[in-house]
Design a protein around this ligand. Structure first.
Ligand code: HAM
Length: 397
């Protein structure tokens, strides 16, 4: 993230329920069905956060970040909670990495955010990614589209479930999130495309986002039905999916939300962001990731054999760590062979063996794990000796 100039933001595990109802929308699946809400002893309704955009904007406003700088580029890595039926790639507690860029209305900001998401996905799944992109237009053009959508579906309302009939009245855009195959079939047949209702400026913005992605060689597909399941989106919406993940194949979801800051009590402030599901990124990476994970690596492994050496080993570990070394100290009291095997597994460059014979002479054995060479070193000189082995360049200069 540092190469993009974003800084970390952390928010509390729970927020007021009201924040999510206002931010995400009362007719959404998340607010309607998936929130873990509870009443505290003061009678306040609180909710374990199901997403982070609304909490980040709440924190942005409460801490006046907008006054500090005209543009806040923030990122987060956090645990979230949604009451969904668990399945592969869908958990009730999961983790998101995400970014929110608050302050710029311009398309290059959308492109930057999509590029970060794409970079991240490529790190985990170099093959089989699809970027799906759409524009849902600015808030000004939304009422006209919603009216057309309502008009188109009203004659077929009898075929809709009770929930979807209610959505048709209160928030017809949410019909696109419906899991009911009848609703989806009706939408396919009769729903107008939101893209046909964009203003000239919306169209220009969308064209510029596409041009930016092409300049960066990020392939994408225009998906005219991608409205996304949260109410706050305006203009750009996007998702990145991975092949081979089954039903839960969206690694990333995001988009622009130019009205949210004002809706939560701030000044009109445009913003755009995305969130990626960490568990899904790991699923998409599969075995490839396991091969990349470096084995634990220690500079020094302290092999302790003599009972009398335990305190000496503890203080030696402390001093070596102060000198900057990564030190693992044996605490299982295993045999010398088992301890040296562990030192090897930990990737230690040096093992220090605290044996009885050496201790009697005020020394410990320093063993080079690569060559097997070992030498006795006085206890008082251990740290100095180790520092020269670890950083020979410091000696030379
Ligand atoms: P979202 O599409 O609800 O968007 O979630 C983003 C990503 O979180 C999904 O693509 C998926 O990878 C992961 N995810 C969601 N639910 C689960 C689950 N139950 N188990 C595992 N992973 C899950 C948002 O949350 C928006 N706040 C994104 C955003 C940021 N838009 C603008 N800024």
């Amino acid at each position: 993230m540092s190469t993009y100039g974003y800084r970390e933001i952390r928010t509390p595990v729970f927020e007021s329920t009201e924040l999510f109802v206002r931010g995400i929308g009362s007719e959404t699946e998340i607010v309607g069905k998936e929130m873990y809400s509870f009443t505290d002893q003061g009678g306040r309704s609180l909710t374990l956060k199901p997403e982070l955009t609304a909490p980040v904007i709440r924190a942005y406003l409460q801490n006046n970040l907008g006054r500090e700088a005209p543009l806040s580029r923030l990122y987060y890595l956090d645990a979230l909670f949604r009451q969904e039926r668990p399945q592969k790639g869908r958990l009730r507690q999961f983790h998101q990495f995400g970014v929110e860029a608050i302050g710029s209305p311009h398309p290059e900001q959308d492109v930057e955010v999509i590029a970060i998401a794409h970079d991240l996905c490529q790190l985990f799944a170099p093959q089989g990614l699809t970027v799906r992109l759409n524009s849902v237009g600015s808030e000004d053009v939304r009422p006209a589209y919603l009216q057309r959508l309502r008009d188109a579906l009203e004659p077929h309302a009898a075929r809709l479930s009770e929930l979807d009939r209610r959505r048709l009245q209160t928030n017809p855009l949410r019909l696109f999130d419906s899991k009911d195959p009848d609703t989806q079939a009706l939408l396919d047949q009769h729903a107008p495309h939101i893209g046909d209702y964009l203003s000239g400026e919306d169209q220009e913005h969308f064209a510029a986002v596409q041009a930016g992605l092409m300049a960066l060689n990020i392939p994408f597909e225009h998906d005219p039905n991608l409205v996304r399941g949260l109410d706050y989106y305006t203009r750009t919406t996007f998702e990145i999916t991975a092949s081979g993940l089954g039903a839960q194949d969206a690694l990333v979801g995001g988009g622009r939300y130019d009205g949210l800051v004002a809706q939560l009590g701030g000044r009109d402030t445009p913003a755009v962001g995305f969130a990626a599901g960490i568990e899904r990124l790991l699923l998409a990476a599969g075995d490839a990731l396991a091969q990349q994970v470096p084995s634990p690596s220690a500079d020094v492994y302290l092999v302790v054999l003599a009972d009398e050496a335990r305190l000496t080993a503890l203080t030696c570990a402390k001093e070596l760590r102060r000198a900057g070394a990564t030190v693992i100290l044996e605490t299982l009291r295993r045999s010398m062979k088992a301890q040296l095997r562990e030192a090897n597994r930990a990737g230690a460059r040096v093992a220090i063996i605290f044996g009885e014979a050496e201790l009697a002479q005020g020394t410990a054995l320093v063993k080079n794990m690569a060559t097997g060479a070992q030498e006795a070193v006085a206890l008082g000189k251990l740290v100095e000796h180790l520092t020269t082995i670890m950083h020979p360049e410091a000696e030379d200069s």
